[in-house]
Design a protein around this ligand. Structure first.
Ligand code: PEP
Length: 255
């Protein structure tokens, strides 16, 4: 398989530094030597530095959950790409639906972040996905297309292979409702076809498209067996080492 599966944990606004260190240590002990699946943890900003030190020498990668596109300046409360790089983070989640909904992030703003991340050698995990109302009105593919094309404007072919896309139907995030494998695969294949149009087939075949939305050990094997589902972006089930490790094992079995 040309694309190695990626299991990524989005810890959101959970865990103090001490709690984060415990979880990182448990994950490293269990799957720190795994090479056939890429593993990523994205703790809150306050734990990035300590988590990065604990991850050193393991195969588990470090990511942030957001960043600002400017290099520095008067942006109270914000964090730049170079600040993330100094913590050994190599990935950053961008455009998560919670950022779009609660912090009014739009495609233009997310695009600026994507470009700044790539310029600083950070791999963006770009989240796209429709709300329940959008799905019910038949707008899913249009919404995903607008978000994807908007966020990737100006990204070069060379940069595109560093991008990870996460399809996260908003109605499935943290709700326990999972997209059916058919619903997920349909959108993943559509995203792949858009990537072909943007970057050509050879590059599109290398870009990983993760599924996110109530993924857990019980539903992961079926989702991860789909042709265009290259891993998972996991919220709730990434907060506990046992379920996160089981997801890594499910991805290894699915490849
Ligand atoms: C997420 O927020 O990226 C996510 C997929 O959350 P959950 O797994 O809890 O639905």
């Amino acid at each position: 398989m040309i694309r190695k599966k990626l299991i990524a944990g989005n810890w959101k606004m959970n865990k103090t530094s001490a709690d984060a260190s415990t979880l990182v240590q448990e994950i490293v002990a269990e799957v720190g030597r795994v090479t056939d699946v890429d593993i990523l943890v994205c703790p809150p900003f306050t734990s990035l530095e300590s988590a990065g030190k604990l991850l050193e020498g393991s195969n588990v990668k470090l990511g942030a959950q957001n960043m600002h596109h400017e290099a520095s300046g008067a942006y109270t409360g914000e964090i730049s790409a170079s600040m993330l790089r100094s913590t050994f983070a190599t990935y950053v989640i961008l455009g998560h639906s919670e950022r779009r909904t609660y912090f009014a992030e739009n495609d233009k703003f997310i695009n600026q972040k994507v470009l700044a991340a790539l310029k600083n050698q950070l791999k963006p995990v770009l989240c796209v996905g429709e709300t329940l109302a959008e799905r019910e009105s038949g707008a899913t593919l249009k919404v995903v297309q607008t978000q994807l094309e908007g966020a990737l404007e100006g990204v070069s072919k060379e940069q595109a292979t560093s991008v990870v896309v996460a399809y996260e139907p908003v109605w499935a995030i943290g709700t326990g409702k999972v997209a059916t494998t058919e619903q997920a695969q349909e959108v993943h294949a559509f995203i792949r076809s858009l990537l072909v149009k943007l970057f050509g087939d050879a590059i599109a075949q290398k870009v990983r498209i993760l599924y996110g939305g109530s993924m857990k050990p019980s539903n992961a094997p079926e989702l991860l067996a789909q042709k265009d589902i290259d891993g998972g972006l996991i919220g709730g089930a990434s907060l506990e080492s046992r379920s996160f490790v089981e997801l890594v094992k499910a991805a290894a079995a699915a490849k």
